[in-house]
Design a protein around this ligand. Structure first.
Ligand code: SAM
Length: 386
């Protein structure tokens, strides 16, 4: 048994050599960052909806996430933790007891607990091994109006398009392995959620925060209900991204019924298309600034989180990119395409901004620049700086 201190709780998990799905009870210390952000996001959501929130951690593992939700979030009501493994359930019971926390503990298959509790939870947290795709239909059935879906995917190679077929099988979308494939991956997951929920007349009201970090992607999605709003949301936010491998031109195409362009308007090459995927916003700047404020204002009278500096770095980046256009330019990829060595990114961004375009960095890639400038003008600017 190993004792772990994280946030305000202390939990015990059986000691094991390697973090993997075959560990007797799953606890991943690397996900402390993810759990810390989740607590901040759920607290911010609770304050936005101004009522007590009930939460279900559908894939509980050691129970640490649910116990922390109960202990560290204000105005939290019922917290439920579920896991299919008996050992995980035993551990969750023991850990809840040791932390003096009352939570409801279930041992059910994830789809069953979701379907048996339709309209019960304000927040549903989906953190499985690998893909969450097998559970999204039940999420759609279960979620209520004005709720928050927190969803993690660790099958990033499928979402990023390392191999096409697994992504088509799991997410019914064609991926594209490009320099911005992590953004595409998050968009494919959000698109899949949006399209799956649509049959229940539920829709993504907005994505409060989304990020790709280490081996996973995570989204915080506000869900609402209504057939007209669902239709409108699909029409505005679902589409395709078309990309030219030869000259790096890219464009987003709105709607499932609209024609996808076949050839590049810049160089005439055949375009490659990824989707259907979410082409709407991936970040909500108001929500993110509230999360940032929370860390700032709380600073004096609380224990600093181990991951706080990294959280702030991520949140500032997500805030910055919240109003930037879809996809981003990877300066090194463009310079390779131009067969030149790369000028300083800061200089390129200054020149883009001088011309009145947006130029912001992105958390997806340290050498990525999000901008509304077209590829042709951007290449001219880069060439002029060499
Ligand atoms: N959320 C946990 C945390 O933050 O520490 C980690 C969860 S771990 C990635 C996934 C857990 O899901 C494992 O404990 C596993 O036993 C459980 N699990 C796997 N398949 C399941 C299913 N179909 N229904 C319910 N639980 C499942």
């Amino acid at each position: 048994i190993e004792i772990i201190n994280e946030g305000l709780v202390e939990i015990r998990v059986p000691k094991f050599d390697k973090v993997s799905s075959s560990a007797p009870v799953f606890y991943n210390p690397k996900m402390e960052f993810n759990r810390d952000i989740s607590i901040l996001a759920l607290q911010t959501f609770q304050e936005e909806i101004e009522r007590e929130i009930s939460i279900c951690d559908v894939f509980g593992g050691s129970g640490i996430r649910a116990i922390r939700y109960k202990k560290e979030i204000d105005e939290v009501g019922l917290v439920s933790v579920n896991d299919i493994s008996s050992l995980a359930i035993e551990q969750s019971k023991q850990n809840a007891l040791n932390n003096n926390v009352e939570i409801d503990i279930y041992q059910k298959e994830a789809n069953i607990i979701l379907r048996e509790n339709r309209g019960v939870f304000d927040v549903v947290d989906i953190d499985p091994f690998g893909t969450p795709s097998y559970f999204v239909d039940s999420v759609g059935y279960s979620l209520k109006k004005d709720s928050l879906l927190c969803i993690t995917a660790t099958d990033t190679s499928a979402l990023c398009g390392t191999y096409k077929e697994p992504c088509i099988r799991k997410y019914n979308a064609v991926p594209f392995k490009s320099e911005y494939c992590h953004e595409n991956g998050i968009r494919i997951l959000a698109g899949f959620v949006s399209l799956t929920l649509a049959k229940y007349k539920k829709y993504i009201e907005d994505i409060k925060l989304s990020h790709s970090s280490e081996h996973y992607m995570r989204l915080y999605i506000k869900i609402n209900k209504g057939s007209k709003a669902t239709d409108d949301s699909l029409a505005c936010n679902i589409g395709y991204i078309s990309h030219c491998k030869k000259c790096l031109y890219r464009t987003a195409v709105k709607g499932l019924a609209n024609p996808i362009p076949g050839f590049c308007p810049v160089c005439g090459e055949k375009l490659i298309s990824a989707g259907p995927l979410w082409i709407g916003k991936l970040q909500n700047p108001d929500f993110i600034s509230k999360m940032i404020q929370k860390l700032d204002e709380d600073n004096s009278n609380r224990k600093k989180l181990n991951t706080e500096d990294n959280i702030l770095k991520l949140l500032y980046s997500c805030f910055e990119e919240s109003n930037a256009p879809i996809t981003f330019y990877d300066i090194h990829v463009i310079c390779k395409n131009l067969k030149i060595s790369a000028p300083k990114i800061a200089d390129i961004m200054d020149e883009i901004k001088k011309e009145g375009y947006i130029a912001v960095k992105t958390h997806f890639n340290p050498i990525g620049v999000k901008s509304d400038i077209g590829i042709v003008r951007l290449k001219e600017i880069i060439n002029s700086l060499v």
